[in-house]
Design a protein around this ligand. Sequence first.
Ligand SMILES: OC[C@@H]1[C@@H](O)[C@H](O)[C@@H](O)c2[nH]c(CCc3ccccc3)c[n+]21
Length: 450
Amino acid sequence: MAKIIFPEDFIWGAATSSYQIEGAFNEDGKGESIWDRFSHTPGKIENGDTGDIACDHYHLYREDIELMKEIGIRSYRFSTSWPRILPEGKGRVNQKGLDFYKRLVDNLLKANIRPMITLYHWDLPQALQDKGGWTNRDTAKYFAEYARLMFEEFNGLVDLWVTHNEPWVVAFEGHAFGNHAPGTKDFKTALQVAHHLLLSHGMAVDIFREEDLPGEIGITLNLTPAYPAGDSEKDVKAASLLDDYINAWFLSPVFKGSYPEELHHIYEQNLGAFTTQPGDMDIISRDIDFLGINYYSRMVVRHKPGDNLFNAEVVKMEDRPSTEMGWEIYPQGLYDILVRVNKEYTDKPLYITENGAAFDDKLTEEGKIHDEKRINYLGDHFKQAYKALKDGVPLRGYYVWSLMDNFEWAYGYSKRFGLIYVDYENGNRRFLKDSALWYREVIEKGQVEA
Ligand SMILES: OC[C@@H]1[C@@H](O)[C@H](O)[C@@H](O)c2[nH]c(CCc3ccccc3)c[n+]21
């Protein structure tokens, strides 16, 4: 491949989320979130870790913005904590909570860093969970009202808005498998939750249009392309169904206004229909300005009779390089999914809103972190993104997950994804990893070494 030079205006960024970095879980009037409740429940999180303090970003955000400037990122994707702003999820506004985000955005703009706000990155107000959470259709309405408040408060300051981060994870990890908050384990409940999440997305888009705001609105989906283990028809079928279960189940409603037909039929036959109302699919598929894609790895799938509704199982790629999460390193999957989304679903602009890797980072005596594995991982994925760009995919930007090491959900602080190392044991000190210094060069030159 010839020299890899990205467009001058390519939006190089980094991403985080509120519960994973902020801490101050009960400070300045913030309401409880379902992740506060879940992480305080014994046995849910590795080492009994919680987000009570996390990276203490709530107090250290100015220092963190200085580090963003040092790395030279052009945009910073973060999420706002719904219960920090609306402690009960609706009604009373916690002005101190809102003021934190006002200060954060003001300082980002002063640093010439473009904010991208994700309105929901999993931390639902517990008060709404107590009323059924996402199983309750009313929560979609309350989400839209929270979105309206944010659009009005940040009108003219923030012009990149993401409604939801990964509705698949919220629905299935949170409601089918129980690995995430609120921790229920019922597949049909997960389908109902997915529907209400998508509905709330569409309702927020309607309000964004109504408020006639400058800027763009989209949604972020975790897309994991599935590849058949063998070329048998059964393997191909199994891969296609798992691919629909993770990817098309969300892409199709948002861009085509309907659930994938065959899988919808399988669910209805085996689980009965989840509750919808006439017009829901029209709301869900309202026109959006961009799609955010979170890509980490692929799935290799083979036929496995009777194992699940899909008669499929994911094959562990033992002989392939993988990250600390056990996810196979497969950069080509990023190219494949970018091209497929552009070909099969939308010609709207795309952002890679998350891509990154956890490796076993060690802080040296000199305060260095030689994370060459992360440099290689990111470089290989940047090259695939570039290949998609050259093939005509309207890719506008790339947000590395993550700006800093943070609370990795059920894994607690045991997994490090950051460009910045966080020394939790010593006052949450921050250290730029080698990958941060490498990223600075890539951004400056707009170039990745071939
Ligand atoms: O695991 C790394 C990151 C999380 O820290 C982010 O909060 C989240 O947006 C995110 N999504 C994915 C891929 C989807 C996934 C997440 C969790 C469990 C299974 C799949 C990886 N990540």
